[in-house]
Design a protein around this ligand. Sequence first.
Ligand code: KG4
Ligand code: ZN
Length: 363
Amino acid sequence: MTGEKSKHQDRNLRVLGIETSCDETAASVVEGGRKILSNIVASQASVHAKYGGVFPEVASRRHVEVIDRVILTALEEAHLSFEDLDAVAVTRGPGLAGSLVIGLNLAKGLALATGLPLLGINHLEAHIYSLFLLEETHPVHFPVLCLIVSGGHTELILMKDHGDYHRLGATLDDAAGEAFDKVARLLGLSYPGGPAIEQAARSGRADAYHLPRAMLEGTWDFSFSGLKTAMIRLVQRLQPETRPGMPPATGPLPLPDLAAAFQAAVVEVLVRKASLAARQFQATQLFVAGGVSANQTLRKSLEEAAPCPVRTPPAELCTDNAAMVAAAGCHRALAGEGDPLDIDVLPDWALGITAEGESIGQA
Ligand code: KG4
Ligand code: ZN
């Protein structure tokens, strides 16, 4: 139905969102792009904690086990049945291919059985739409600068309108959340690393160690691998390997100081680049989305430095959820868009959408 007007254009569309791009199995019903009628997230974090990161095959299997229950619970909590819905929106990528395909195939099955339109949603676009769920209290005027900081992505995107995205820059190596996760593992902290590092950093001194900040001047790109290497070297220096039979050469690692210094380095880069871009592109608001947007130090620093109001989602909408997928789906359905049942997953930006200025909304 691409290009045609949606038959439901004049009423509040009710969209079922489904999200399985990583290790959260999520379903949600959103009305009119803003009103969350239900938002169910089955997190696998405890399953993956023992691996120190997401184990892709385990993630896919777990999605298979719980997805039907998660969807039925989302409908139950919304007090709706399939007949009350107007569309099914599902994360199409980027993400783990084996996980994405579970949600996508289920959504296709639902669309086929019910006749509801199917909308394949870009996961990054969904994170941006977590902020549109707040539109009632915070009206959005374009252009908006979006900083997406998650376990898989660190992106600066200028959004000029619904569906009109300009990709300014992205990480050249590790994503911000990935850096938090890897450094947490290095420090012996739990997975996911972001909350663990934030907690440890509370009682630490950010200036206890000087760590590198890759500003990559003249570009909107990011790089966190040098910071990660610096942390590895620092830990090796502080805690040389203990020789067999000998007492440890040093005491325990100063975790709070290490966590605070690392967090400060990541935050400073994100804040400086996002604030500069917001100023340069005259953004009316700065949207910060993705798991790392839950970080309080990042939020506070952005609010102090940004030249425009900063919008961050409530905690439950920072990390992966399906309400943001449904919200993005509502806007695409209202624009008369829809996808055929033979769409495949989008494993990465690979599908010809890497260049600045191209749309990320559709393949
Ligand atoms: O958006 P998300 O749930 O999944 C992806 O799309 O990747 O983000 C998960 C990431 C993880 O790397 C996690 O460590 C990070 O977000 N994260 C945080 C915080 N909460 C979650 N990073 C820093 N501070 C936090 N409070
Ligand atoms: Zn995400």
